[in-house]
Each structure stands twice: as C-alpha cells, then as structure tokens.
Design a protein around this ligand. Structure first.
Ligand code: GTP
Ligand code: SPV
Ligand code: MN
Length: 603
C-alpha cells in the first residue's frame, strides 16, 4: 500500500500539515469506493442521480458558473529559468511560487477530507506508462479519476517500491469549511475559489492546483501530468507527450494503419477517434481520444499508447448522427457535467437529438424551454466515461507495448486558407505544419471564442517547456526514426463556403481522407505537388456518396498566394518571439515557402 512507502507517507504528511484536513482517506479505486463516494456526492447535492431506468449508475454535476473550463491565464510553468518556459507560457520563479502557494494552501482543507489517489497513466507497469499520486479535497475529482486513470493503491505501490518515479500532484478546491478563527461555514454543491492556480514545476515534476474543481484544472493526471509534466520528461528522456487522438483504421483490403492526430481543444479529436466510416469497407477502432505518449523503439518505429483510461468529452454536438459510438458509450456509468436535465431524470444537450425537449432544467439549474435565449447545456459541458465502454474501442487498446504509428495528422479549425488535406514532403515540412498551426478559439478554455490564434501542435496550453525547444525535440525524434518515421499530414474539416456553411461534411466522411492517406502510405497514388505539400488529385479521392461538388472540391484546396503571404508574415512574426531558439530547419522552410509564394503571386 502506498501509505507504507516512506517517501509517499512523508509527502502526504507534509501537505496534511499545510492543508489541515479533518481526515485523510487513502483511495483504492474499488467499486465499493465508487458506490460510497457517488452516494455521498448525491447526499451532499453535488450530484443528481439520473433515472436508473434510463441511465444506470450515472450522475449530473452542475459546477459553479465561474468554474466551467480550463483557465490558461492562471496556468503557470515554473522552471528555474524563464527562457526554459518560453514566451508562450506564464512563468514564475519556482521558489517564489512555492512560497506563495504554501500560503494559499494553508488551511485550505479545514473541515474536509484529504483523499490520496494513487494512479497510473497507461497500463500499470507498461514500459511507456508512468505513475502519480494526487491529493484532493474533492470527491468529484476522486470518482472522475476512477474513470479517467487507473486508480489502484496496491499496484501503484508496487511500481514505486520497484523504483518507478512518481509525480506528486496536490489539488484543493480552495473552499475550507472552517475559517482560521475556527468558525464553520456550510458547504456548497460546487465548492471552488475565485482565485485559481494551475502550477507545474517541470524540472522537479510537481503539480500544484488550487481553486477549480473542473476538468483539466482538477483531474491532474490529464493535462497537467500527461501533457505539461510528461512533455518535459519526454524532452529529457527522448520521447513525446502529445495532445493527440489515436486510432487504428483498417482498409477494405484488411490493412491496418495507426494514426495519431493533434487537433486543438474542441476541434474534433473525440469525434474522429470514434468515427464510423461512411466509406464502405473501412473500420476505425478507438485507442485514445485526447493524449498519446510515444517512444521510438529498437525496430526504428514510433510506438504510441493512450495514457488515459476514459474520455472527458465535449457533450454539445455529440449525437446519434455525428457520434453514435460515443452515444452508446454513454448508456451507463457516466458522470455528466453542466449538461441539461430532462423532466424524466435524463440528460440532454444541444445536438444530442434533432428534436428539442419542450422543457428542461438548464446547466445552471433554471427552467429552460426552446424559446430560452441561452443554451440548455454549457458549450464546454462534458461527459466522463471509461474508455472500454465505447463500442469502437480496440480490443488491445490497453496493451502496454503500444502500437507503431504510420501517420501523424495536424489540424485546426480554419474557415479559410488551410486545405482539407496536405501531405508534408518530409519530416521537417511536417514539423513546420505542426509548429505553424492556427485555430479559431473554442469554449474549451476561457477566452474569445472564434478568435484565430497560433496553436503549435495543439500544445499551446500544454507544453511544459519552451515551445521552440519542443519543435527542436520533434526534429530530433525525426532524425532518430529516419526511414521508420510516420508520414505527416495537415488536415482541416472546418473550411467554409462564402455563405458560411462547411465545405466538407466531416465526421464519418473523414474516413475518405484516411483512405487517401492510406493510398499515399502504400504508394498507390502520387498526389499532386503544391507549394504547401502533396495534395490529392480529384480522381485519387473517394467522393462518391457525398454531396461535395466540383466547385466545393476546388474551394477545399484553393490556394490564394496573397492570403498565404499574410499567413507566412504572421508565422515570421510568431517565430520572432522565440528569438534564436527557433530551429534553423523551420526558418529555412518558412523562407522557402515565402519565396515560392512570392513567385506565385507575381506570376
Ligand atoms: P477536447 O476534448 O476539448 O480536446 O475536444 P475534441 O478535440 O475532442 O473535439 P470534439 O471531437 O469533442 O469536437 C468538438 C466539436 O467539433 C463538436 O461540437 C463536434 O460536433 C465538432 N466536430 C467534430 N468533428 C467535426 C467535423 O468533422 N466537422 C465539423 N464540422 N465539426 C466537427
Ligand atoms: C481540453 O480542453 O483540451 C480538454 C478539456 O480536453 S480539459 O480536460 O478540461 O482540459
Ligand atoms: Mn475530446
């Protein structure tokens, strides 16, 4: 048991002295623990138990309306030197931040239970897996961690006893029930604090989170560990931690391809990962929907695992037509957060069904009818469910060895400019596509929805060190892999026609893009050379069964050199903020592209 491991026991005691909880509970991940804690959450008003006839063992939580998404401006990377965090991260001097946080944490758990959660990211003991221990005062976090990670006291203890490095992660919602004078105050359904801190110490591999109970702010195995801390570990140790989905696509000929794809938050990872292909004969199996860890292995290939155990998916837009696999996965044992409640005790959100219920209780607990002016579910409302409940899950999805990656996709939400699909001519060009990705902002984080921002590798909020060094790390991994490296593609499902409609049907029809990619991997088609890379020829691409017209096809790939020169100017400005740390090969690619675009514009 982890409580018998000296280093763990000492660390827990050290924080218990600061946090001053009423009691300590060592979490074991058992079914009984789930039963007890979910019932306690119901009794305390945090959870509403959904109608068991409709959705057994499932719950709805409504958060405080000020605690609904990741808080990027309160996310800090505390490396010893500011330049190692880089210009895209909020940096704080580690010593100062530690002092500040200890004061913030002092007494933060008065009157509450401190839960100690031993967990593994990835199958316990796997050679790409890693363990951690999270402290939290939120039972909502404990039961969410049950679904999202492998919580197991004995087996994690065994790993640590055998010498595994473990990441300490401290979390408090920052709502003590007893103040410093000893006076009690009542609890609320969603305790949180207006002041928030999401803090990573990448060099000492520590996570300290305060003030939020929501998603990536509070489930510390996810973005904080599996991306921010793990990306720094990967940089030091020669592997990659990425904001990517992972699938196996099998062609009508029975050939399988492992594909990862980095899309920014709320840009289609979960949907792509659970796709039902519309193209006859194709099969897609889900391995992961948000994060992958990848390591080059002795055979010269890049192997990937999904370090998570569940899906924390965007609810709105998830429906029977768009993502039937997700809908089936959600039939039982689900935690829903900030969706609407139906009159018969079930859940609803925009896009779940074509018909809109006559009456609902919205995510804030208010009566809602179709004439209401606000959405019934929060745009960043989510479901939390175990991965193995998806009918599309690959039978070997939790094999510790991982799968060899054939193709890596980079894509954002772009109304203009970016083509449906383009293949990079080389690893370098692929890294350039990843490094210069941009996307229109979504509701997944605080900020202005719709605003275009650079989001390199979909890692802008998640890279635990200097982004330019991260690009360099990708270039080095490419060198290590050589011939065995996956092919890299840029994709964009979100290009719009002049009338504002999507040019591409998306969802299951994205299998058509996979089909073309597979033909490129097999060298069955040549594609067509363009300034940006290799584009599909019309006749190489399966469009039958879609309503994509010749005109739409042209528009999906239209390349306006003037608009692209604006794009490369913007990249030039963006690279400048990283100074001399931008790897030379990426500068060279930018210059090449600029020269080619200028020549094209002057033709
Ligand atoms: P995070 O979990 O926040 O990282 O998001 P995600 O990348 O998993 O995005 P998700 O699959 O949940 O999709 C987000 C939104 O994009 C949903 O509203 C989807 O309906 C929409 N979406 C997903 N795929 C497509 C697509 O191919 N075309 C279009 N037009 N919309 C899509
Ligand atoms: C994202 O924003 O990319 C998410 C949600 O997956 S959260 O876990 O809250 O970061
Ligand atoms: Mn997702």
């Amino acid at each position: 048991m982890v409580q018998h491991i000296e280093s763990v026991a000492q660390w827990v005691q050290q924080f218990a002295d600061i946090l001053q909880p009423e009691r300590i509970q060592w979490v074991d991940g058992s079914a009984e623990e789930w039963e007890t804690l979910t019932q306690q959450l119901v009794d305390d008003g945090t959870f509403i138990r959904l109608n068991p006839e409709k959705r057994p063992n499932s719950f709805l939580a409504r958060t405080d309306p000020t605690d609904v998404a990741r808080v990027e401006d309160r996310t800090f990377i505390c490396s010893a030197r500011e330049e190692d965090a880089g210009p895209t991260n909020n940096w704080r001097e580690p010593g100062k931040m530690r002092e500040e946080l200890i004061e913030v944490f002092r007494g933060a758990m008065r009157g509450r239970t401190l839960y100690v959660i031993p967990f593994s990211m990835g199958p316990i003991g796997g050679d790409i897996s890693q363990v951690g221990i999270q402290l939290t005062d939120s039972p909502y976090v404990v039961v969410s961690m049950h679904l999202m990670t492998r919580v197991d006291n004995d087996r994690v203890a065994e790993q640590i006893a055998n010498g595994a490095e473990w990441v300490p992660a401290v979390h408090s919602v920052g709502y003590p029930l007893i103040d410093e004078n000893g006076d009690a105050r009542p609890d609320v359904p969603w305790p949180s604090n207006p002041t928030k801190y999401i803090v990573q110490f990448p060099e000492t591999r520590e996570i300290w989170s305060y003030g939020s109970g929501y998603g990536g702010n509070a489930l510390l195995g996810k973005k904080c560990y599996a991306l921010r801390i793990a990306s720094a570990m990967g940089h030091d140790q020669g592997w990659l931690a990425e904001h990517m989905l992972l699938i196996r696509a099998t062609s009508p000929a029975g050939r399988s391809y492992h594909i990862t794809a980095a899309f920014p938050s709320a840009c289609g990872k979960t949907n792509f990962a659970m796709m039902r292909p519309t193209l006859p004969g194709w099969k897609v199996e889900t391995l992961g929907d948000d994060i992958v860890w990848m390591r080059p292995k002795a055979d010269g290939r890049l192997y990937a695992i999904n370090p998570e155990n569940g899906f924390f998916g965007v609810a709105p837009g998830t429906g029977v037509t768009t993502n039937p696999n997700a809908i089936e996965a959600l039939s039982e044992n689900v935690i829903f957060t900030n969706v609407a409640l139906t009159d018969d005790g079930d859940v609803w959100w925009e896009g779940l069904t074509p018909e809109v219920p006559e009456h609902l209780i919205d995510w804030r607990g208010r009566d809602w009818t179709p004439s209401s002016e606000t959405p019934a579910a929060h745009p960043n409302s989510r479901f939390t469910v175990r991965a193995d409940q998806a009918p599309s899950i690959a039978p070997d999805w939790d094999e510790p060895a991982g799968v060899p990656v054939d193709a890596v996709l980079f894509g954002g939400r772009r109304r203009t400019n970016t083509p449906l699909v383009v293949e990079a001519r080389s690893w370098r060009d692929g890294v350039y596509i990843g490094a210069t990705m941009a996307s229109e902002q979504t509701a997944a984080a605080e900020g202005t929805v719709g605003q275009l921002r650079r989001d390199p590798f979909a890692m802008l909020p998640f890279c635990g060190y200097n982004m330019a060094d991260y690009w360099g790390h990708w270039l080095e991994i490419g060198e290590t892999l050589g011939e065995g490296a996956p092919h890299i593609f840029g994709v964009n499902w979100f290009r719009r026609a002049a009338d504002g409609s999507f040019l591409w049907p998306g969802f299951g029809d994205n299998s058509r893009v996979i089909d073309w990619i597979s033909k490129r991997l097999e060298n069955e088609v040549t594609g067509e050379s363009s300034l940006l890379g290799i584009l599909p020829k019309h006749e190489e691409f399966e469009l039958e069964g879609t309503e994509v017209s010749d005109e739409d096809w042209q528009a999906l790939f239209a390349l306006d050199p003037e608009a692209w020169l604006h794009e490369t100017d913007d990249v030039e400005r963006y690279f400048k903020i990283f100074g001399s740390r931008v790897p030379q090969p990426l500068r060279a690619r930018l210059e090449e592209l600029q020269a080619a675009l200028e020549a094209e514009a002057n033709r």
